[in-house]
Design a protein around this ligand. Structure first.
Ligand code: NI
Length: 271
């Protein structure tokens, strides 16, 4: 199979079976063509647009440009909102959120999740920057080994031209690679890892309301948005238990960012 599956029933009940779970285990990603309903997408889109229009949480560091330096707000090419469910707790009751949690637990093969959070990433029309190759775990606490995956749902068509997800199958079995900040600028939150064998990468175009799942170590990328329409995506990160490392992993890029933000006197919390 090609990683596209899922059975949609009435009232937006979505399920995956053993074949999808096995595919995820082997490849570190999965794409499905439905996780929410068109009606819910309309409602989510209103909340989404409001959060970005109002730059919600900017003073607390919850709204920023993933691809641009902190302290230069106003021309974001990859704006994102962290924790939208903190502002709108009803998001956690959405079909999307509930389906994401249930399917994530199945894919992680656990009874229950320890933590779920989310963020929204916008690629503006004709201007949205690429999200370079990275592993999500490179952003996270080096003292932990998380058992975690991300659910990524577009609210607009996700195509190669608008910035759909690309994955390197099987890369979730590798260790966390060396990462650096985009443009080697630690004031830019976004990370990149070099020397990825992109000949093995698989693009996953999906319709609005579809979803991709990827393990926190799966190498992934999303291209720039060259289309005339914004590409909105809502990501839910689902974490089962995390194990403690006896020795923290060496991830100096995390400290570099904290130090650069402090030195530049930018008054935001760095997540
Ligand atoms: Ni990522």
């Amino acid at each position: 199979m090609n990683g596209y599956g899922a059975r949609g029933g009435i009232m937006g009940e979505i399920d995956i079976g053993d074949a999808e779970i096995a595919f995820f285990k082997d490849n570190g990603y999965l794409a499905i063509d439905r996780i929410s309903t068109d009606e819910e997408l309309g409602w989510l889109g209103e909340i989404y647009d409001r959060l970005f229009a109002e730059r919600t949480g900017e003073a607390k560091g919850l709204f920023f440009d993933l691809a641009g330096p902190r302290g230069h707000e106003g021309t974001e090419s990859l704006p994102q909102v962290l924790g939208p469910d903190l502002t709108f707790p009803e998001l956690r009751e959405s079909l999307y959120f509930r389906n994401a949690k249930r399917l994530a637990a199945k894919l992680l093969e656990v009874e229950a999740l320890a933590h779920t959070g989310g963020h929204m990433i916008l690629k503006p029309a004709r201007f949205g920057a690429e999200t370079p190759w990275h592993q999500d775990e490179a952003y996270w606490n080096p003292s932990e080994i998380p058992q975690s995956l991300s659910v990524w749902m577009p609210l607009d068509p996700a195509t190669v031209e608008s910035g759909c997800m690309h994955f390197v199958p099987g890369s979730h079995r590798e260790d966390v690679r060396w990462h650096r900040h985009i443009d080697d600028n630690p004031l830019i939150h976004g990370l990149v890892t070099d020397d990825v064998d992109t000949s093995r990468a698989v693009a996953c175009p999906i319709p609005p309301g579809g979803a991709t799942f990827h393990h926190c170590r799966t190498l992934h990328y999303a291209g720039a948005n060259t289309t005339d329409r914004a590409r909105r995506a809502y990501v839910i990160i689902a974490t089962a238990a995390s194990a403690k490392r006896s020795v923290p992993a060496h991830r100096p890029w995390l400290n570099d960012e904290r130090e650069a933000v402090a030195k530049a006197n930018i008054d935001v919390e760095v997540f």
